[in-house]
Design a protein around this ligand. Structure first.
Ligand code: B3K
Ligand code: ZN
Length: 857
């Protein structure tokens, strides 16, 4: 199953249409853990005389039989290699013919969780990107779309596939999906499952049966997922005019899953952590994430399934758009301001980090070795930002028109980024040639802004440049929308938001008729995914934090103030008083959304401080950063102890738990205050809260505080006693211990945890909890002696042998290695080289590790 064979690099420029038409796929699957039989009938028509029929499918498929129109072809015309099966043109009849194959596969042995596999006794599938080829011989490429008729034979009680049910009898079920789809959207599930069910009537009157399938006993934790689904279906009708198009919509939760969830047509498969939630086991963040991922997968029904991607280079066509849509949904369901700030924080933490390191690539890459390595923050989150810019440039009406045209013109097709941009050009008349560079060029543009004030006119001059990224040394200027507003010295807005469009390397814009020099609020709403540099003193930042009418810009001013203090402190300077004073004033504002106050009160993480230092040309010192952040937190607490204590008490939410935005906001502010108070009360309040809280949000927050202070042992054992049987809570239990450990103890703690019998490392969630938890402990992972790197490398090597996707994904813990000091770099490089030298290393991990090594030298 693991792909160790070298695969030639795939290039976008080499795209050719498939020379056959596939008009129907019929599958008959007889399930057995060790010998599942898959009979496939493909109705094919050649489009090109003399073309061989080349199907994907490798060594894992035991070929039992193969016929063409019922006849066995001459074996000399059937050629197999490690990755494909070829039937030479000479053996193919003219016109339309049926290719029938039967293969045997071994789901119980499938530890890579790609194709058909078993998770705790449940048969399930994951076919995106190239998993279907592990199920049967097939043209496994997204531009081959057809209807599927599926028969499943098994003694298990629940048998599901895509589309509508045709018949359901003992031991056998038939499904038919009338919507042509590529095979990466195929799914099959069989198991002992129970459903939480509901119904939805679409606006044109279709009655849809909705089911969330879980293991018996988990039904009481599936209700929130169902409500999220119903809200998503309604929202997509109201906002995008998109209706659901089948009689049933099934969601299944499984425990072993390589990522979050998968949008298979009519049968979404989810990692159970994105379905199951109860107040005692899930945090507010879990609830919010469940709501948004349920929406994301549902929205794919139109953006991804009805209109799919021509080839995998176009991945951001469906992912960027669907992320953009799920972000809009969450903004509508919760607070738009808070959502925007959270999204920017995540973008900077993951995508800027990627863009600034050896793994940088454009939203639409033009080559890859292993496509699974390109399900990245750049494709997803930057892909969404690019759409946000488009919307800003063409306006809300232009965006709506373009989307209507996109759905009309491309429904049922496998489309490209060019198709996407063309609908915007046709709908709005705008030329997007220069804009298209956002899709093809990697790297985060840096924009410098200067101000010039003369006789009532303010001139803003911008200069843009994008640093080189692997394979792209020079970058031409891009179109960059910069939203700007002006504030008078008393804090009133004298010019409302205006979007300036940068198109050149250097450009100026003038605001006339001003009576006094205003304060500029720039990059409002984070109008473009860039780094804006401007000369601004702390007093101006504090002014914007107090007065800016744009919530993002307001938060950003506070962030900049904090980062300016933290970078100075981390490099041995003295700073912080302005921030401490300004933040005190902000959190005292009772009329301001508690969620906004919480976001402002939480200091930037150590990783973010390191990134800022690196971009200023410093070599980040993880220990100094940790000390600086601890120090600043303590100073805030000392300066505002009574206020923080009051907030902590007042923000307590009474009554039964509800995950709604308003209650979650109060808890978020309460926890932020508690974290700071912990710096001076020794964790006493946190210890009380851990014992008393009836919800997981507050308990986990309290536990994190106790662990950081080195006094979490009792709480850790209490949580274990209470939840040893709950996998999802135990994942949190592993992760928080690695993440919140004092840095000097982090590797030893992670090592101890990894030796426990319940460290079920083959389960992706458990592995990610521990290894991802350590990687998130910045000073712990980057321990100067290289122990964090060595420990992580050992586990990546072990994981790679059974599940290459997970190993490759987790290897990104190393992606920032080039920015550290010589000693750390040596250790990191040695760890990467040790991984690279493993014999039989997967194509996935090999590609990642070699890019990281090459990009850091
Ligand atoms: N499309 C899937 C991700 C597939 C990942 C394959 N390695 C989930 C999503 O983005 O919605
Ligand atoms: Zn997606």
């Amino acid at each position: 199953m693991s792909q160790t064979d070298p695969q030639p690099v795939q290039y976008l420029a080499d795209y050719r249409p498939w020379p056959f038409v596939l008009s129907e796929t019929r599958l008959d699957v007889t399930l057995a853990p060790r010998d599942t039989r898959v009979r496939a009938e493909l109705r094919l028509t050649s489009q090109k005389a003399g073309a061989d029929l080349v199907l994907n499918g490798g060594k894992g498929l035991r070929l039992m039989s193969l016929t063409i129109d019922g006849q066995q072809p001459d074996p000399a015309h059937v050629i197999r290699d490690d990755e494909r099966l070829t039937i030479t043109a000479a053996a193919l009849p003219p016109g339309t013919f049926i290719l029938a194959t039967e293969v045997g596969i071994d789901p119980a042995d499938n530890t890579a969780f790609e194709g058909l596999y078993l998770s705790n006794g449940i048969f399930c599938t994951q076919c995106e990107a190239e998993g279907f080829r592990h199920i049967t011989f097939y043209p496994d490429r997204p531009d081959v779309m057809t209807t599927f008729a599926v028969t499943i034979r098994s003694g298990l009680p629940v048998l599901l596939s895509n589309g509508n049910p045709v018949s359901q009898g003992p031991g056998v079920a038939e499904w038919h999906d009338p919507w042509p789809k590529p095979c990466y959207l195929f799914a099959l599930v069989a198991g002992d499952l129970v459903a939480v069910s509901d119904r939805f009537t679409t606006r044109s009157g279709r009655d849809v049966a909705l089911n969330v399938w879980v293991r018996p006993g988990d039904q009481d934790r599936a209700g929130f997922a169902m409500q999220s689904l119903i809200k998503s279906m309604k929202w997509d009708e109201d906002v995008y005019g998109r209706e659901y198009d089948l009689d049933v919509f099934n969601i299944v939760a499984v425990d072993d899953f390589n990522m979050g969830a998968m949008e298979n047509k009519g049968l979404n498969i989810f990692n159970s952590k994105l379905v199951l939630a109860s107040p005692e086991t899930a945090t507010d963040a879990d609830y919010e994430r469940i709501e948004s991922v349920i929406a994301h997968e549902y929205f794919h029904n139109w953006t991804g399934n009805r209109i799919t991607c021509r080839d995998w280079f176009q991945l951001c066509l469906k992912e960027g758009l669907t992320v953009f849509r799920d972000q809009q949904f969450t903004s509508d369901m919760r607070s738009a301001a808070v959502k925007r700030i959270e999204d920017v924080q995540a973008l900077r933490a993951r995508q800027f980090r990627e863009d600034q390191g050896p793994l940088a690539h454009p939203p639409r890459p033009d080559h890859y070795e292993e496509i699974n390595n390109f399900y990245t923050a750049t494709v997803y989150e930057k892909g969404a930002e690019v759409i946000g810019m488009l919307q800003r440039l063409v306006g809300g009406d232009g965006y709506a028109k373009a989307l209507d045209l996109y759905f009309d013109r491309h429904d049922g097709e496998a489309a490209t980024i060019e198709d996407w941009l063309k609908v915007f050009e046709d709908a709005t008349g705008r030329d997007l040639a220069q804009f298209s560079r956002w899709y093809t060029d990697a790297g985060t543009p840096i924009v410098e802004m200067d101000e010039d004030w003369q006789d009532g006119s303010l001139t803003l001059t911008f200069r843009q440049s994008t640093p080189p990224t692997p394979g792209q040394p020079v970058k031409p200027a891009r179109v960059i929308p910069i939203a700007v507003g002006l504030l008078s010295p008393n804090g009133d807005e004298v010019a409302k938001t205006r979007v300036l469009e940068l198109t050149e390397d250097g450009q100026s814009f003038t605001f006339d008729g001003l009576s006094v020099r205003p304060v500029v609020s720039a990059l409002r709403g984070f109008s473009a995914p860039i780094i804006l540099r401007r000369n601004m003193d702390d007093a101006t930042r504090a002014f914007l934090l107090a007065h800016d009418a744009d919530p993002f810009a307001r938060w950003e001013a506070g962030r900049e103030l904090a980062l300016s203090a933290l970078t100075t402190l981390s490099t041995g300077g003295e700073a912080g008083s302005d921030y401490v004073a300004a933040i005190g004033a902000l959190i005292a504002e009772e009329g301001t959304d508690p969620a906004f106050r919480a976001l402002s009160l939480n200091l930037p993480g150590e990783e973010e401080i390191a990134t800022r230092l690196a971009s200023l040309g410093h070599t980040p010192d993880p220990d100094a950063i940790h000390a600086a952040r601890t120090d600043l937190a303590r100073r805030i607490a000392l300066a505002h102890e009574p206020l923080l204590g009051r907030i902590y008490d007042e923000m307590a939410v009474t009554g039964p738990y509800s995950p709604d935005a308003a209650s979650a906001a109060r808890r978020a502010l309460r926890i932020a205050a508690l974290g700071l108070l912990g710096r001076i009360d020794g964790g006493d309040r946190a210890a009380v809260l851990f014992g008393a809280a009836g919800n997981m949000t507050e308990r986990m927050a309290a536990l994190g505080i106790l662990l950081r202070l080195g006094r979490g042992a009792e709480a850790i054992s209490a949580l274990h006693d209470e939840f040893a049987d709950n996998r999802l809570v135990m994942d949190k239990w592993f992760s928080i211990q690695a993440m919140a450990a004092p840095p000097q103890d982090a590797v030893a703690i992670a090592r101890e945890l990894s030796a426990r019998p319940d460290f079920d490392w083959k389960n992706p969630n458990r592995f990610r909890s521990l290894l991802g938890g350590l990687a998130a402990n910045h000073a712990g992972f980057h321990a100067a002696d290289g122990s964090g790197y060595g420990f992580t490398a050992d586990w990546l090597i072990r994981m790679d042998a059974i599940n290459p996707q997970i190993a490759a994904r987790m290897s990104t813990a190393f992606e920032t290695w080039p920015r550290y000091d010589a000693q750390r770099r040596d250790h990191a490089l040695a760890a990467l080289e040790r991984i690279a030298s493993v014999e039989g290393l997967s194509r996935n991990t090999r590609e990642m590790v070699s890019r990281m090594i090459a990009g850091g030298r």
